[in-house]
Design a protein around this ligand. Structure first.
Ligand code: APR
Length: 230
């Protein structure tokens, strides 16, 4: 089976009712990113940061995987599918995708501020000021904030190097190092992009652009992939 690597972003979860970040009406229009998604923001106002992610986590409880998440699961019959997601939701897993690497953390987990190895599954529960790990340190959202290293990036680059087919779905490719992953995909590997907006992608690549929302775009792409690329 060919290895199909998929880089996903907030756009794939938009039709599940979760807001993207940089679209009109996106989260970064409503919130100041430096206040809610940076170590400095956490230092300045922990309660604001906790509230922001508690709200996101509660919203996720009522969201369901959409046609695009489900289409990626269907591809596992024909390809060895590896998803690399910038999303912190669990909709890929809930749809049934087997191999999902989270680059920017996971909403349903909490991490100790004193020992980053201590990570807890909190399954939709709030994190409050005073909630501590077993060593007595405050818990924080298990999210990679701006200015923090991305621990999974090495593994993700290796995965991209080994791709036979590469898909980019619903990301503005604005945030590095995630946006740079496309550069690890060997030249000549067919690249497909599903996004209703124009997205900046590296020049000189063999690219098929499906300018549609993820739900309908993935239906079309599945057909193309299964008929012509397996
Ligand atoms: N289907 C597919 N794509 C969509 C849809 C949809 N229904 N709706 C919007 N999009 C596209 C937009 O056109 C845009 O290109 O999704 C993309 C969303 O881009 P961003 O909001 O920038 O989200 P993302 O690329 O995932 O952001 C990367 O930035 O703030 C950080 O850590 C956060 O992981 C996030 C990272």
């Amino acid at each position: 089976m060919k290895k199909l690597v998929v880089l996903t972003g907030a756009g794939i979860s938009a039709e599940s009712g979760l807001k993207t970040f940089r679209d009109m009406g996106g989260l970064w229009e409503e919130y100041d990113v430096s206040e809610v998604a940076s170590p400095e923001g956490w230092e300045a106002n922990m309660e604001l940061v906790l509230r922001f992610y508690n709200d996101r986590r509660r919203q996720l409880l009522t969201a369901k995987p959409n046609d695009a998440h489900i289409a990626l699961v269907a591809l596992e019959k024909y390809f060895k599918v590896q998803i690399i997601t910038q999303n912190v939701d669990d909709l890929h897993e809930r749809a049934g995708s087997k191999n999902v690497l989270h680059l920017h953390g996971e909403l349903n987990k909490a991490q100790s501020t004193g020992d980053p190895e201590l990570i807890y599954n909190i399954k939709g529960k709030d994190i409050k000021k005073g909630d501590c790990c077993e060593k007595g340190h405050q818990l924080r959202p298990y999210i990679v904030w701006f200015g923090e290293p991305v621990p999974a990036i090495e593994e993700a680059s290796e995965i991209c190097r080994s791709a036979d087919i590469f898909l980019v779905v619903g990301t503005s490719l604005n945030v590095y190092p995630a946006a740079g992953l496309v550069n690890y995909v060997p030249s000549g590997v067919p690249l497909f992009l599903v996004d209703p907006q124009a997205v900046k992608i590296p020049q000189g690549r063999k690219l098929t652009l499906i300018r549609e929302k993820a739900g309908s775009g993935m239906q079309k792409l599945n057909k193309i992939l299964i008929e012509n690329y397996r």
